[in-house]
Design a protein around this ligand. Structure first.
Ligand code: ADP
Length: 333
């Protein structure tokens, strides 16, 4: 169905006393990818299962255009799914995995073959058509799963942490591929992730979820520059809301965020105390405390930025704070 919007209205799902989904309103436009981003346990997977029809909501409605999907069984919702564990049919070839949904739809002969071949080509799997899933890398398997989900031209594609079982290199590679694919395929998609980079790369809009509720929805740019509240700003990690006293001390005109990602090590910069150090490969995460500001900043960067080596916890480090690090906090309407 083209030209129509998927609409979630007041969706609720309780498990005993826990409201895993506590009243969610969300729209997904035609051809739009909405990334659902939030910490573990916030209700992302539950919301996805409600939309897929794998569980019924306790309250609320799901509509596509004017058509009510709430009571429609999963297999008749026109939904394609991609899971973190790929969930391919192990005994079927790549070609037959991708053809599976088309067979179910009764698409036969040349039309089916042509569609499968085109998708395999698009996924860079042309040479793998006759292999079985266990003969492929994780990245290839996930591309087969994507092709299988897209083959029947679903009204909605649901992706649940599709990259979280891949190692870092494959993940980075597939992330770019996925973002291009979702933009090209013009399919409505909901992409569940706890990873901010993924959400901001694939999402036309990002919905930040917390405690069963959508905390804020916006374009990646709007979220990055105008987080609507302190929790969202903190969760997104690269901005810290400065306390009012600091704002006054620094002579800033109003509520202000500090873009921690713009700080760079510089011997002539502002002094911070290093409160924690975490290093994974070349990536470095530092906790930084300024004596007067009273907030702990979570800084991320590269080992190579520290000419004299990575500072230890408890030591002083000097960082340049550029003028564009300060961003007025515009509260959203
Ligand atoms: P996320 O995908 O964001 O990690 P989930 O949707 O898996 O979050 O879980 C949201 C909350 O609902 C959690 O508190 C989780 O423990 C609870 N929950 C999820 N599924 C079930 C279930 N089948 N039975 C009971 N509690 C559940």
């Amino acid at each position: 169905m083209t030209g129509v919007t998927l609409t979630l209205t007041g969706l609720v799902r309780r498990y005993g006393a826990v409201a895993a989904v506590a009243g969610v309103d969300l729209t997904v436009g035609d051809g739009e990818t909405v990334a659902l981003l939030g910490p573990s346990g916030c209700g992302k997977s539950t919301l996805l299962r409600l939309v897929a029809g794998l569980e019924p909501p306790d309250a609320g409605r799901i509509t596509l255009g004017g058509h009510d999907l709430t009571g429609v069984p999963a297999e008749r919702r026109g939904v394609g799914m991609v899971f973190q564990d790929f969930a391919l049919f192990p005994h079927l070839s790549v070609r037959d995995n991708v053809a599976f949904g088309l067979v179910e739809q009764g698409v036969t002969g040349d039309a089916r073959e042509a569609r499968v071949a085109a998708l395999l080509e698009r996924m860079g799997l042309g040479a793998e058509a006759d292999r079985r899933p266990d003969q492929l890398s994780g990245g290839q398997q996930q591309r087969v799963a994507l092709a299988r989900a897209l083959a029947p031209e679903p009204d909605l594609l649901l992706l649940d942490e599709p990259l979280s079982n891949l190692d870092r290199t494959l993940k980075a590679e597939l992330l770019g591929f996925l973002a291009d694919l979702l933009a090209d395929a013009r399919v409505r998609a909901i992409y569940v992730t706890h990873d901010q980079e993924e959400a901001f790369t694939v999402g036309d809009r990002v919905a930040v979820m917390r405690g069963g509720l959508i905390q804020q929805v916006g374009t990646p740019q709007a979220l990055a520059t105008q987080p609507g509240d302190a929790w969202t700003a903190g969760f997104l990690g690269v901005r810290e809301v400065l306390p009012d006293a600091v704002v006054r001390m620094l002579g800033l005109p109003g509520p202000t965020l500090l873009r921690v990602d713009t700080l760079t090590p510089d011997d002539a910069g502002t002094a911070f105390t290093v409160t924690s150090v975490r290093r994974v490969g070349e990536a470095v995460q530092l906790g930084l405390q300024h004596d007067d500001w009273g907030v702990e900043l979570a800084w991320r960067g590269h080992a190579r930025e520290f000419v004299g080596g990575i500072p230890e916890a408890g030591r002083e480090v000097r960082m340049r704070v550029p003028d564009d690090a300060w961003v007025p906090l515009e509260t959203q309407a």
